[in-house]
Each structure stands twice: as structure tokens, then as C-alpha cells.
Ligand binder design. Structure first.
Ligand code: ZN
Length: 205
């Protein structure tokens, strides 16, 4: 244990994901000996994020205003929504240049073990967005792991009866992994090769 401010910093850092007590100590001592201007830049950027960055009211992507850059762009295809778990997945898909539609960020995946049910995700908001009939295709781009698959299955059962085409990214993504870890080429191919799930209710008969 150290004294005062340095221990406070170690404690705060240790609460961050992926940083254990040792990592927290290493970062704290790095900050202690770093250039003052560098530390101020880090501190400013933390404050800026806390004060100015929020979630888009429409798609829940990170945003600096009420709606995000993608939702505000009139050139985006308003008839397709790609559903992802986290904002970082939006960045990963944007890098592939395969998709020109809109997004919907769920804020996680269904996971009974972690006590995350459909009600904890932005699913109700997605259903509301589909309500006016503008969107004709929903692409489920949840992670290729157990929770992501369970979430995709849940969503397809919910959305298909609304008469919307539902597709899932093609296999070929590293199974069990996170979408964000797939390289651009693999993710781009998975996007091109997406397969349609079931029949939308409106297309029947
Ligand atoms: Zn948005």
C-alpha cells in the first residue's frame, strides 16, 4: 500500500477492465514519472469523454450529440439495420466498407449466466424502429459465440413475424470470439455471404 494520491490512482486503475493490481501499479508509476503535458492530455481526454460522449438516442452507438454521425447521414440506406452488441462492433463493420445502412447497438448479448435477459438490452427500441415499415432488412451481427447466437435466435423469432427479412453473418468468423477481433477481409466476406433466416411473414403465400 502506498500513501494518498498514488494509492487512490492505483485503486481507480485497478477497477478498469483487464487491468489487475500489478498493471494498475505499473500504470500509476508510469504516470508519476511521465511528462506533465502527456498526463494532462490524458486527463483532459478522460474528462472530455465523461462530459461530452453519450449514446445515440436512436441506435445507441456512441455519439457526441443526440443522434450519432451515422444516423444523421442522409446518404445511409434507411431500409437496412445491422444489429450489433457493442459500439466497437460498429467501428469494425464500418472498416469493412461492406455496409451502407444503419445500426442498432444492443448493449450486450443475452446471457442467463450473467443475468442478462432480453429486457436488459435495447431490443424494445429496435422493435419500435421497425414499426413504421421503412426497414426491410435486419442483419444480425452479434458475436459468433454462445451468447451472440442465442441473441440472434431470439431476435430472428421476434422480427420475422414483422415481415422484415432477417439475415445472419456467414460462418467463417472465428467461433467463440468477438466480432471486433475479426480482420476486415474476413468480416467483409462474412457480410457479403450473409444468409437469410426463415421467411418474413409478409413474404408468405
Ligand atoms: Zn445512431
Amino acid at each position: 500500500m502506498f500513501e494518498g494520491p498514488i494509492q487512490d490512482l492505483i485503486d481507480e486503475l485497478a477497477r478498469l477492465p483487464g487491468i489487475g493490481p500489478k498493471g494498475a501499479q505499473r500504470i500509476a508509476f508510469h504516470i508519476l514519472t511521465a511528462d506533465k503535458a502527456d498526463v494532462e492530455r490524458l486527463s483532459d481526454s478522460l474528462r472530455h469523454v465523461a462530459e461530452n460522449v453519450r449514446f445515440c438516442e436512436r441506435c445507441f452507438n456512441i455519439s457526441e450529440s443526440e443522434t450519432c454521425r451515422i444516423c444523421r447521414d442522409p446518404r445511409r440506406d434507411q431500409t437496412a439495420i445491422c444489429v450489433v452488441e457493442e459500439s466497437k462492433d460498429v467501428m469494425a463493420i464500418e472498416r469493412t466498407n461492406e455496409f451502407r445502412g444503419l445500426y442498432h447497438v444492443l448493449g450486450g448479448a443475452i446471457s442467463p449466466i450473467d443475468n442478462v435477459g432480453p429486457g436488459d438490452l435495447h431490443i424494445r427500441e429496435l422493435v419500435i424502429r421497425l414499426g413504421d415499415g421503412t426497414v426491410t432488412e435486419v442483419i444480425l451481427a452479434t458475436d459468433p459465440n454462445l451468447e451472440g447466437e442465442a441473441t440472434a435466435t431470439y431476435l430472428s423469432r421476434l422480427i420475422l413475424p414483422m415481415g422484415v427479412t432477417v439475415s445472419r453473418l456467414a460462418s467463417g468468423l472465428p467461433v467463440g470470439g468477438d466480432l471486433e477481433y475479426a480482420d476486415e477481409v474476413t468480416l467483409g466476406r462474412a457480410f457479403q455471404g450473409r444468409r437469410t433466416l426463415g421467411d418474413p411473414a409478409g413474404a408468405r403465400g
